[in-house]
Design a protein around this ligand. Structure first.
Ligand code: FES
Length: 574
């Protein structure tokens, strides 16, 4: 039975009073051709839509908004579509991560400032999922996240090709002279063949699955391909369900729990998920007031192996994962470590959601005794180079490099790297460690996905395909290699990475979870005393504010003034 009455609706504050202001609100709704009974006494549902003409992963979201509206109307609500920052991952520079928090602020304030009772969040491309969810958690209205869904499988001649993963692979082969320019032009046209998010286990698939595991999508929705007919059906069902959630006042705080967070962590590692999850899940959890630390990822990664055989750790794509049983199928492999009582947007539990779930392809969704790899999806390192932590994805790294000692070649920012990496006079071989610094949350700013540094052309031509790389940046979830990322504190704020010099020895020991430079404490103290912070690159505007308020990677890169604080009051209506 509904727990709220029409007069309890938030939107009633705008429409129901006997005041001149409420008269004006009703007048303006009627101006849009709506009758009083269409907008009064029924839940008003916002559809926050991150569609844009420069977001190919969201190209279908206008049509999906129409499907959501169908569901809302069918359940007796009024749908209203509100555009939100689209954040197409590939087109936005310097990085969408610079704008995740802006989207979170926008989502929260769009919901607050309008007569809205609940919302369906349309997103999926990398930062849009966490951004929308962070804002929605802070606002506290009932919401359902409607994931954009992965694009269809790509294929080039005999080979299955995935977005991002094969872009990097074939670019390396092209630089080595093994793939022609004509081949590359052909690949441009076939490797991302439909709307939808990257079809590999990149950040989008990782984060939509995590949001699903948190209970904020219809169960299993994250695995449905964008172009499958099941996708608009799912969108319509989101519209129908959100109206019921408004009557039930089923807000994120009544869904999210320590158990749902544990489920999300296990799903992340079992998927072989993107290292970006270590930033976004922390940010989302902190918005909800749930305790989480980098060490939690490491602990779960040690216990739960990679079971989803998807690029870059495996060799299948998201469409294969969907046919194999999708996220719910994967969850049936992990019932002994998931919280089956965790709630979701249906009002039921994960146990209910898994009642009819199954796995139809053991090769794509592996059994616990036959994992894709025994290397963990994520490992958290600490040491004198990363006192607050750094992450690496052992499942996508070269096993022999996970224990390595080598001479550092240090680059200050990406322009320096681009200028010198292919310089024939650079004294470098495959045992060296490439270090890129000054590209963290404050330094870049926005911590771009520059961590999978390109290898020197001369070494690529020699056949080298991986080296140890270290940075305070992030890496695309679709990429691979022995890349140590998210070094915290970052160089720009005076982390030890700022003190490293070319020629210093670095010791990486992933089994022992260590990352150190072989430099004495006394020498480090001398360097620290001589170090001066680089001047901030921006003196005004959003980017300047970002640099002053973004937290470090181990805290989720949220803004310090958004991650906590007293509840924001509802707007005055006079
Ligand atoms: Fe949008 Fe990968 S570029 S999900």
């Amino acid at each position: 039975m509904p727990t709220r009455r029409p007069e309890d609706l938030r939107s009633a504050r705008w429409y129901s009073a006997d005041s001149m202001r409420a008269f004006a609100h009703r007048q303006r709704m009627q101006q849009m051709g709506l009758r009083r009974e269409e907008f009064m006494g029924r839940p008003v549902i916002a559809i926050l839509n991150t569609w844009s003409d420069l977001s190919p992963c969201h190209a279908h979201l206008r049509e999906r908004a129409e499907a959501v509206k169908r569901g809302v109307l069918r359940a007796g609500g009024l749908p209203v579509e509100l555009p939100a920052l689209s954040l197409g991952e590939v087109m936005v520079k310097p990085t969408t991560m610079l704008y995740r928090n802006l989207l979170a602020m926008e989502a929260e304030e769009l919901l607050r400032q309008h007569p809205i009772d609940g919302a369906v969040l349309l997103g999926g491309c990398d930062k849009t999922g966490p951004g929308l969810v962070m804002g929605a958690i802070s606002m506290g209205l009932p919401v359902i996240f409607c994931p954009a869904g992965p694009m269809l499988n790509g294929r080039w001649r005999e080979t299955k090709v995935g977005a991002g993963t094969h872009t990097r692979k074939y670019w390396d082969e092209y630089r080595a002279g093994h793939v022609s320019e004509r081949d590359m032009i052909e690949l441009e046209g076939v490797s991302t063949r439909s709307p939808g998010t990257c079809n590999t286990m990149g950040t989008a698939s990782t984060m939509t699955s995590i949001i699903d595991a948190l209970g904020l999508t219809l169960p299993g929705a994250s695995s449905i391909p964008a172009m499958d007919a099941a996708h608009p059906r799912m969108a319509s069902a989101c519209g129908e369900r959100i109206v019921e959630m408004v009557w039930d006042d089923l807000t994120p705080s009544r869904i999210l729990s320590a158990g749902s967070l544990r489920n999300a962590l296990h799903i992340d590692v079992a998927l072989g998920g993107s290292t970006n999850a270590a930033v976004h899940l922390i940010a989302m959890a902190r918005r909800a007031g749930l305790a989480i630390a980098l060490a939690d990822f490491d602990a779960v990664g040690r216990r739960t192996p990679v079971l989803a055989n998807i690029f870059p750790a495996g060799d299948a794509l998201m469409e294969d994962f969907f046919f194999a049983g999708g996220l719910l199928g994967l969850m049936t492999r992990l019932t002994d470590r998931l919280d089956l009582d965790a709630r979701n947007v249906t009002g039921g539990t994960l146990r209910d959601a898994l009642a009819h779930a199954r796995v139809d392809d053991d090769q794509v969704i592996r059994r616990l005794d036959h994992p894709v790899t025994t290397a963990p999806a994520i490992a958290v390192l600490t040491g004198n180079l990363a006192p607050d932590g750094a992450v690496i994805k052992p499942s996508a790294a070269t096993p022999e490099l996970l224990t390595h000692r080598g001479r550092a070649i240090v680059f200050d920012g990406h322009a320096d790297f681009n200028r010198r990496i292919d310089d024939p006079s650079l004294a470098i071989d495959e045992t060296c460690v490439l270090v890129l610094r000054g590209v963290g949350p404050v330094g870049a700013p926005g911590m771009p996905e520059w961590g999978a540094l390109a290898l020197p052309r001369a070494l690529v031509e020699k056949g080298v395909r991986d080296m140890v790389r270290i940075s305070d940046a992030r890496m695309s979830g679709t990429h691979y290699g022995t890349c140590v990322l998210h070094v915290a504190p970052e160089a720009q704020v005076g982390g030890p990475l700022a003190l490293l010099r070319t020629g210093d020895e670095i010791v990486l020991d992933v089994p022992k979870r260590r990352l150190d430079m072989v430099v004495s404490d006394a020498e480090l103290a001398r360097r620290k005393a001589a170090w001066t912070p680089p001047p901030p690159r921006y003196g005004r505007g959003y980017t300047s504010m970002f640099q002053r308020h973004v937290t470090q990677a181990d805290r989720g890169c949220d803004f310090d003034f958004l991650e906590a604080g007293p509840p924001t009051p509802e707007p005055d209506i006079f």
